[in-house]
Design a protein around this ligand. Structure first.
Ligand SMILES: C[S@@+](CC[C@H](N)C(=O)[O-])C[C@H]1O[C@@H](n2cnc3c(N)ncnc32)[C@H](O)[C@@H]1O
Length: 294
């Protein structure tokens, strides 16, 4: 019996062998993704020259090897819990002349060092995807594209889905923005302190802010990888109603970008763009008493 057929029958039998699967943390057995699905996964990953493509549960290596053939500058590697498949993938890389750019390791997906990956592909059962979710969010860099053949990441809406004959789902790992942030802007002619509170569930973020003794709500908040943007309409002393449109890149505990301020009550309808530099803070003055509104 060929390795492929043996694996197919193992997959069919997997549901009957939960004890074995649990003991080995082998939540899905090997069935290779059909080539047309692999091609769609690679297309949806939108490869760039400096990408590092990682397949978690790499089987015979076909996803990594297809990516490397699609772009001759891309590098990639895979991990699989089955050493025979690792050997097969390594031999395939050699046969296809890709050994210099592709590596395969005998490793549990939970131990894969994904910090340098920019594209992570998976065809793993949802249970394993759910177990991997915190690792992906904690260890993959913001902006990393996660591409799944068919299975979803329970609770986390994909950023893109292709439903043409079977699903391919893509998530963009979001930067971590949850928490307290502050910054200053000379919006009224003198520096105003902003105390912002951001909440986040995966790529969905919302926030509120205190500027002096005024409070505002962030609207239109978008978080894609490290790119964050939102707007706020707020009335400030001396200048009246303003609309403030923020956009920047989240880099760890800093955000750098710009804010366009539209002075709605200004007779010339003045618009000024300021640099925006925000820093994460362990505490906030958002909750400081404001007293009665004047
Ligand atoms: C359905 S196959 C997908 C193979 C390949 N990614 C593809 O799409 O063609 C799933 C693979 O994940 C591997 N696998 C399952 N659990 C794993 C684990 N905990 N760590 C590493 N590999 C695992 C299996 O050995 C199998 O090769």
């Amino acid at each position: 019996m060929s390795g492929r057929r043996a694996c197919l029958s193992l997959l069919a039998g997997a549901a009957l062998l939960p004890g074995v699967a649990r003991a080995q943390e082998r939540f899905s057995l090997f069935v290779g993704s059909p080539q047309f699905t692999v091609d769609r996964m690679i297309r949806m990953a939108q490869l760039r020259d400096d990408d590092v493509v990682v397949d978690l549960g790499s089987g015979d290596g076909r996803i990594v090897l297809t990516a490397l053939k699609a772009n001759p500058k891309v590098r990639g590697w895979g991990v699989d819990i089955n050493p025979e498949l690792v050997a097969e993938a390594t031999a395939n890389a050699r046969e296809q002349g890709l050994a210099e750019r592709a590596q395969f390791f005998h490793r549990n997906v939970f131990d894969a060092d994904i910090g340098q990956a920019t594209v992570i592909t998976m065809w793993l059962f949802p249970e394993l995807m759910r177990l991997l979710r915190p690792k992906l969010l904690a260890e993959a860099r913001p902006g990393t594209r996660l591409v799944s053949n068919g299975f979803e990441m329970p609770g986390w809406e994909p950023d893109f889905t292709d439903t043409e004959s079977g699903r391919v789902l893509v998530w963009i790992v979001p930067a971590r923005v949850q928490g307290y942030w502050n910054w200053e802007l000379p919006v009224t002619g003198s520096a105003q302190r902003y105390d912002a509170l951001l909440e986040q569930r995966f790529q969905v973020a919302e926030g509120i802010c205190r500027v002096g003794d005024r409070h505002g709500v962030f609207t239109d908040m978008k978080l894609r990888g490290e790119d964050l943007s939102f707007a706020m309409e707020i009335t400030l002393d001396k200048v009246g109603l303003t609309r403030q449109e923020f956009s920047g890149k989240v880099r760890g505990d800093r955000i750098e970008g710009s804010v366009k301020v539209l002075y709605r009550d200004d007779p010339d309808y003045k618009t000024v763009t300021y640099p925006w530099r925000a820093a994460r803070t362990p505490s906030t003055t958002y909750f400081r008493p404001t007293g009665l509104v004047k």
